[in-house]
Design a protein around this ligand. Structure first.
Ligand SMILES: Nc1nc2c(c(=O)[nH]1)N[C@H]1C(S)=C(S)[C@@H](COP(=O)(O)OP(=O)(O)OC[C@H]3O[C@@H](n4cnc5c(=O)[nH]c(N)nc54)[C@H](O)[C@@H]3O)O[C@H]1N2
Ligand SMILES: Nc1nc2c(c(=O)[nH]1)N[C@H]1C(S)=C(S)[C@@H](COP(=O)(O)OP(=O)(O)OC[C@H]3O[C@@H](n4cnc5c(=O)[nH]c(N)nc54)[C@H](O)[C@@H]3O)O[C@H]1N2
Ligand SMILES: [Mo]
Length: 866
């Protein structure tokens, strides 16, 4: 198991379930190990020459705006810096955007509107020191489990109260003291109501408003107009007035309040307004810049923040300089000696891919992201990638849904093999150090970009030999004619190679002459605006861009699972991380399931105006009626049709350009099936001839769920073609019941494939089968017979649903321990170890405990704060 660094101030050694499993993701069998040109192995020189030639041709023929880069918050700051400098400074167009557009763009825009610069004011200690923490559209229990543990620790230690605002009862919502299940997209109304309430009860800090802000009167007027009273808010947000009362009263009465927000806020056609509605309440109460208080945007990717610092977004320049300001343009142009510097913003992600589809972008380089899966309107994105004149993809793994369309594949160094820096949510820059050799011909992204820059004739401006060279330049730029800008790390511009190598984690700003970082900003109530004041922004509740209709009555919400990372390229092949959810699913409220004629475990079709997905039905009341939820992770590699990206609408926030990934009108229907099957195989397959399939890695191989609309008889040959060596084959056919079973073994008698087909809903529980498959021992005759009769001859120890994926502890074992006397998560941890590593299952453990009769713990979720 991978262990954290106990001395690192961001996590003090705690790592999440995915982090703990990192060791299991280092295998090389799925790695891209050499360049590929048009499907064939190529040398680096061939590949880089071709990239440079095709980019140069496009630029010469169609102008610099006919080429683009699409990057990622998973690049290191040094990679990102070089990509941005090449595109904006030397190609001379600003067409470099990043997956941070899908992630943080609304927070960036909200920060810039309120503070004059993209700044997260606080630090993680504020989470320890707050008395009230409001989590808005953040499932931190699963997505930031280490930070969420700080919150639950603070609850135990100092009685910090936690409020969750989310349309869905997420793991976070279930573990908070107060849960407001608001109607999707109504956050602005809720926070406008809060601002009006704070004014009503005299909870404003008028001295602070007077001294440190502008725009208060207009913001309050808009808030009052939107939300004159709690009844209006209750109706608009679909909430119980008592819940709103409890939340507003707690906010009004608590000075140390942190409002955490994440994708439920950002990924919205009103994302920027949501951000400012929240910040308005903190500014109006002066609760910002002090210990235990402030608005706090939780970023997602390892280096989403670093990308924002170097200018990874098409509407930023570099080092927090923008296009709107002539001084900024001159500053960056002079520093880079870049006479061709782009002078206007480039295309934001959604527009960039639209331009790609229309042939306006002739050459695109995608680095460190999988847009075929992660962008909305995925069908159109895939078509655009397929039609693109020249597509370069640099990635660490083979076979991503995006890479499949590439003309050139460049093998990138992965985590553990590359060196550089990343910045986290609290502005802390950390060194990432290589501890493994570069496999095959893999190279870091900055090196590829530098080589292409040289081939384009810009060698003088790209002289980098090491990441340290790049970092020093980036740090120097941040301190060059800084003006009032706060992003300044020029104190690190003269680091020697050895000092860079040894750099301790440090929070920016680190201006010249300063060695240590800065934990909190705005402590004196001064902001990096022209007049030094922060801005309150008048915002109004607006309906989401696309409203449900008769043909699409449900709202599709999408998000993350505890044990998966994005498009599964890093976590999808680790069996224990797949146990939480082996297949793509759609969570449906029992009422909507009944209305659509869906049973749990069946396949359902989710259709929007943009596309269609197919996923396994999961029925429960975590989602409200009228809403459904799908995890974002599945790809064509794991379950074609399982990606909600194909369904999601491409509407964007008009200010940030961030797409509305949490709100797409859809309809739901059962998928009519003639048969279902389960195939366990030692081999990794893409059963494309089968209408519906999914692949889940298991101990010893892969499990495939198969299904078709026709009769089993009609599809049998297609299914049998999936089996490997058929020499040791045994089969059973029961035409009357439509049952077919078959197993194959190798010469030693070891099980190779095991197949079962039958009428929909009749497949046996595969638990014992998986245990048989995991073993390499030759099959005994009895077991072999059992495989055919599907009778569990080899009972596996029942585990129930896996709760703790770090230690593989299931619900059954946990309930046994409860029956044997365990009463708290700590006691369970002592007996079973569950929850003692990353702790991201602690909310589930608390819930399991709370459901047991006779256990009344402080940890039990309670309905109100009072
Ligand atoms: N396990 C895991 N952790 C991750 C990641 C991962 O892939 N897996 N990815 C990382 C990344 S890049 C990111 S950006 C973060 C994201 O972290 P989060 O933002 O916490 O995660 P999400 O699941 O995308 O969405 C959060 C919540 O927003 C809610 N929501 C939907 N609509 C609304 C609304 O209108 N209002 C409100 N208030 N809430 C709404 C959803 O129901 C969901 O519970 O996670 C990071 N951490
Ligand atoms: N429906 C829906 N869609 C969403 C979201 C949602 O909530 N719902 N969330 C959005 C958000 S917040 C995000 S951040 C995105 C994430 O979406 P993506 O960025 O598309 O997802 P990843 O799977 O992280 O893709 C990263 C790729 O980079 C590769 N990689 C890793 N490290 C490196 C490296 O150092 N160099 C290079 N060249 N490659 C590397 C990995 O192998 C992987 O293929 O998804 C967005 N899309
Ligand atoms: Mo993200």
């Amino acid at each position: 198991m991978t262990k954290g660094d106990p001395a690192h101030p961001a996590n003090y050694g705690r790592v999440c379930s995915k982090g703990a499993a990192l060791g299991e993701t280092l295998a090389l069998d799925r790695r891209l190990l050499h360049p590929v040109v048009n499907g064939a192995r190529a040398s680096w020189d061939e590949a880089l020459d071709l990239v440079a030639t095709r980019f140069r041709t496009a630029i010469e023929t169609h102008g610099p705006e006919s080429v683009a880069f699409y990057g990622s918050g998973q690049l290191l700051t040094e990679d990102y810096y070089v990509a941005n400098k090449l595109m904006k400074g030397f190609i001379g167009a600003a067409n470099i955007d990043t997956n941070s557009r899908l992630c943080m763009a609304s927070s960036v825009a909200g920060h810039v509107r309120a503070f004059g610069e993209d700044i997260v004011p606080g630090c993680y200690e504020d989470l320890d020191e707050a008395d009230l923490v409001v989590l808005v559209g953040s499932n931190a229990a699963w997505c930031h489990p280490i930070l969420f543990r700080r919150l639950t620790d603070a609850r135990t230690r100092r009685g910090t109260r936690l409020v969750a605002i989310d349309p869905r009862r997420s793991a976070t919502a279930a573990d908070c003291d107060l849960f407001l299940p608001l109607r999707p997209g109504t956050d602005v109304l809720l926070f406008n109501g809060l601002l009006a309430h704070l004014a009503r009860v005299g909870a404003l800090d008028t001295a602070y408003i007077e001294r440190s802000t502008a725009g208060f009167t207009a913001a309050l007027a808009a808030a009052r107009d939107d939300a004159p009273d709690i009844g209006t808010v209750a109706r608009g947000c679909g909430l119980d007035p008592a819940q709103i009362d409890a939340f507003y009263a707690a906010f009004a009465a608590t000075r140390r309040v942190v409002t955490v927000y994440s994708q439920g806020v950002n990924q919205s056609s009103q994302g920027t307004d949501k951000v400012n509605a929240i910040i308005n309440c903190h500014l109006a109460t002066g609760r910002i810049g002090g210990p235990g208080m402030g608005p706090f945007s939780f970023t997602g990717q390892p280096n989403a923040m670093g990308g924002r610092e170097v200018g990874g977004l098409a509407n930023q320049l570099a080092a927090h300089a923008g296009f709107a300001d002539a001084d900024d343009l001159a500053r960056v142009r002079d520093f880079w000696c870049a006479p061709r510097l782009a002078e206007r913003p480039g295309l934001k992600a959604i527009d960039l891919f639209a331009a790609l589809g229309e042939g306006r972008i002739r050459a695109l380089w995608v680095m460190g992201t999988n847009p075929a899966v992660s962008l909305p309107d995925g069908g159109r994105v895939r078509a655009a990638l397929a039609a693109c004149d020249f597509l370069v993809v640099s990635d660490c793994v083979v076979g991503t849904d995006t890479a499949r369309h590439a003309d050139v594949l460049l093998p990138a160094a992965a985590w553990g093999e590359k060196a550089g820096t990343v910045t986290n949510s609290e502005r802390r820059i950390s060194r990432q150090r290589a501890f493994m050799p570069l496999p095959g011909e893999a190279r870091p992204d900055w090196w590829m970009l530098t080589e292409v820059a040289r081939r384009l004739g810009h060698g003088d401006a790209f002289p980098y030999k090491t990441p340290a060279d790049i970092f020093r330049e980036h740090a120097a730029l941040s301190g060059f004619r800084t003006g009032r800008r706060l992003f300044d790390i020029s104190g690190l511009a003269a680091l020697s190679d050895a000092a860079y190598e040894a750099l301790d984690p440090v929070q920016w700003p680190v201006p010249a002459g300063q060695k240590d970082g800065t934990a909190r900003l705005f402590t004196q109530g001064r902001f990096p605006t022209a007049d030094g004041r922060a801005r309150l922004i008048p915002v109004r509740q607006a309906a989401p861009a696309n409203a449900p209709s008769l043909g699409a009555p449900l709202v599709l919400n999408t998000g993350r699972l505890r044990d998966q990372w994005h498009t599964m390229t890093r976590t999808g092949d680790v069996p224990r991380l797949r146990m939480q959810a082996p297949e793509a699913f759609v969570a449906v409220h029992p009422t909507d399931a009944a209305a659509a004629g869906l049973r749990a475990g069946a396949l359902a079709e989710v259709t929007s105006a943009w596309g269609r997905a197919v996923a396994r039905v999961s029925i429960g009341d975590d989602v409200a009626t009228g809403q459904i939820f799908m995890p974002m992770h599945w790809t064509d590699e794991a379950m074609p049709g399982g990606s909600p990206g194909r369904v999601a609408n491409p509407a964007c926030d008009p200010i940030s350009g961030q797409p509305e990934l949490k709100h797409t009108p859809v309809r739901l229907a059962p998928v009519a099936l003639g048969w279902e099957g389960l195939l366990l195989s030692r081999r990794r397959l893409r059963p494309e001839a089968i209408e519906h399939w999914s692949r889940t890695p298991i101990e010893g191989g892969h499990a495939y769920r198969l299904a078709g609309a026709g009769s089993a008889q009609d599809d049998l040959d297609r299914v049998l073609a999936l089996l490997g060596d058929r020499s040791g084959r045994a089969e059973l056919r029961d035409a009357r019941r439509g049952v077919f079973r078959c197993s194959t073994t190798d010469e030693t008698g070891r099980l190779l494939d095991c197949l079962m087909m039958g009428a929909p809903g009749t497949l046996p529980d595969p638990g014992w089968l998986l245990a048989t498959f995991a073993s390499d021992a030759p099959l005994e005759a009895g077991t072999r017979r059992n495989l055919l009769t599907a009778r569990g001859g080899v009972p596996a120890p029942a585990t129930g649903d896996i709760v703790c994926s770090c230690f593989g502890i299931g619900a059954d074992a946990i309930l046994d321990a409860v029956r044997a006397g365990s009463r708290t998560t700590a006691e369970l941890g002592k007996v079973l170890k569950c929850g003692t590593n990353c702790g991201s299952c602690l909310p589930e453990l608390r819930q399991l405990l709370a459901l047991q009769p006779g256990i009344q713990t402080r940890e039990q979720p309670c309905p109100s704060l009072s």
